[in-house]
Design a protein around this ligand. Sequence first.
Ligand code: FES
Length: 403
Amino acid sequence: MSVTLRGPVRDVLAFVAPFRERSRRFRDAPGEPKAPGHVTELAKALHPAGLQLRILSVRDDSPTTRTYRLAQADGSACLPPFRAGQYLSVFVEAGEVRASRPYSISSTPDEAEGGGYYELTVKNAPGGFCAPLILGTWEPGTTVRCSAPAGVFYHEPLRDGERLVCLAGGCGVTPFRSIVGDALAHGRASLALIHGATDPTELLFSGYFSELAVRYPERFSYLPIVERDGPAGVWGGERGYITAALIERLAPDASDAAYFISGPDAMRRFLADELAPWGLPSRRTRLEAAPARFGPDAWPGYPRDASSLAFTLEARIGPETVSVPAAANETLLVAMERAGLRPPSLCRAGECGWCRSRLVEGRCYSPPGPGARAADERFGFVHPCKAFPLSNTILEVPENPDR
Ligand code: FES
């Protein structure tokens, strides 16, 4: 590129001229918005507010998980594109109660192209609300309502570099099926994946990962590890947990890698202790947004014995004001959904900001991580998806655009 200097005055004028032109266009612009053109239509198709999908097929991937293949319900070929690692937030209803759950897309972006599909893998969670409903009612032909792809748990080469260490626990491996497949198919990165599961039957996609490790021996290594042997009693692989020593063994000299971590809270806390001595900068660690779950004394700073208390939440949503019970061991979002309200939500992990609400009165506890932002606390905002009440509470909740 060549740059021509024409002198201080002419160079400054060269910058001023476009601003004058811009001001003229603003001044002369018509008062009414232009009729939507094909660019607007295309943008809406690529980034819709929500999706209606139809289940094409169902398969069991383990004794406790099922994978659903979905395409556009109206038969159109165009599914919004996504980044490998993103999720869909699925809406389910039972009577008056409507709730949502984010599920990582376990298929790759290539599989969604040109009349393709998304796959969502759902694990049965005893005592849960959404998973049992989904597993009990979804079958081929069922129409499903969900959000467009969302989330920031994806590989961005400019930010993350070209070397990834992926650490998965249980069904937290689902986004890695997409991330690994996509990165290898397009030569974007070299990856090491360690997947920990309770027993060999819960090692989701192990055939898929093993095959990729054989096909790309220079760029992908895979190590499954289980807590205990399965019913067949033939496991001859690694046993135990994902430790720093195991990571070093699979990915030696990974000091420049980005660490992608997805799994249950207990595994994250264990890994945080294991990796602490390495002093990894936070920009090199990416955590998948995980919906807030709770257990007494699970988080630092939570007041002792508070989790058994019960409070009242006054929710002001648009013109409506409703008082609902709010148990201290459930998030304010769950309290509203349980009462049949429809507050907005997407990630349910404090990440997307969709549910951000003004705390008019009361006290809440937000676990560390996404959703616990100092600025929000200072200016009186909380994310109900990640806020547990510590007193009676009044919240001003944004209206749900998808009511
Ligand atoms: S639903 Fe995403 S921040 Fe609450």
